[in-house]
Design a protein around this ligand. Structure first.
Ligand SMILES: C[S@@+](CC[C@H](N)C(=O)[O-])C[C@H]1O[C@@H](n2cnc3c(N)ncnc32)[C@H](O)[C@@H]1O
Length: 211
């Protein structure tokens, strides 16, 4: 495939390298061709092929859903009758038959809002959230931990027993207390790094069932 080369205008060397790599990325190109909104969609597709959590999940909740790639995958691979709800700080472009809510998952009323949007408990809770980088490693680490803890808290309330949790976590992020909390709420815990997840990225995914 012919490589895209950028004309250097008002762009720093670092941004130019990032953009060049992005534009030539196999999953970015594939997502444009196949109509997915994110390269991250291919992470979920690969996980679904291996673990089959979407196939039979009737109530699907996606935390950190923007721009909507995982929602598109959920719609395609989930049961036709499945209710699908996505939440993000950012507004997303509408996807037919999918409910999207602009909200912070740390808002106090988040569990109530989720429960109002489903008639039954959630069968699959997905999270592809990452905190914005502060540039300070310690702060970023704490932000990662609190995000995962919040996902667990939400799962505790809204996910049905035996329901699936699929969540981005970060290598080195799940330690001590957090592992203990996970063991209380979850079982069959597996970790998986899809091919679409960049090798240099510390992200990996947790796939587990609720107790
Ligand atoms: C990597 S993107 C998700 C991409 C998505 N899975 C897709 O395929 O389109 C992570 C998202 O998490 C969202 N996010 C981060 N912290 C959040 C929070 N506290 N509440 C809601 N959304 C959050 C960000 O706004 C961002 O859109």
């Amino acid at each position: 495939m012919k490589k895209i080369k950028l004309k250097k205008k008002n762009i720093s060397a670092k941004s130019s390298r990032w953009l060049q790599r992005h534009l030539n990325d196999e999953f970015v190109i594939k997502s444009k061709v196949e109509g997915y909104r994110s390269r991250s969609s291919y992470k979920l597709i690969e996980m679904e092929k291996k673990f089959n959590f979407l196939k039979n999940s009737h109530n699907i909740l996606d935390l950190g859903c923007a721009p909507g790639g995982w929602l598109q995958v959920a719609k395609k691979f989930g049961p036709k009758s499945s209710k699908i709800v996505g939440i993000d700080l950012l507004k997303i472009e509408k996807i037919d038959d999918v409910v999207s809510i602009e909200k912070d998952i740390f808002d106090e009323d988040i569990k109530e809002i989720i429960q109002k949007n489903f008639t039954n408990k959630v069968g699959l809770l997905m999270s592809d959230m990452s905190p914005n980088s502060s540039g300070n490693k310690k702060i970023d680490h704490l932000r990662i931990i609190s995000l995962i803890e919040r996902v667990l808290e939400i799962a505790k309330e809204v996910l049905k027993p035996n329901g699936f949790l699929v969540s981005k976590i970060f290598q080195g992020g799940a330690q001590g207390d957090l592992i203990e909390k996970m063991k209380i709420e979850l079982r069959d815990i597996k970790y998986f790094k899809p091919k679409a997840s960049r090798k240099q990225s510390p992200e990996t995914y947790l796939i587990a069932k609720k107790n």
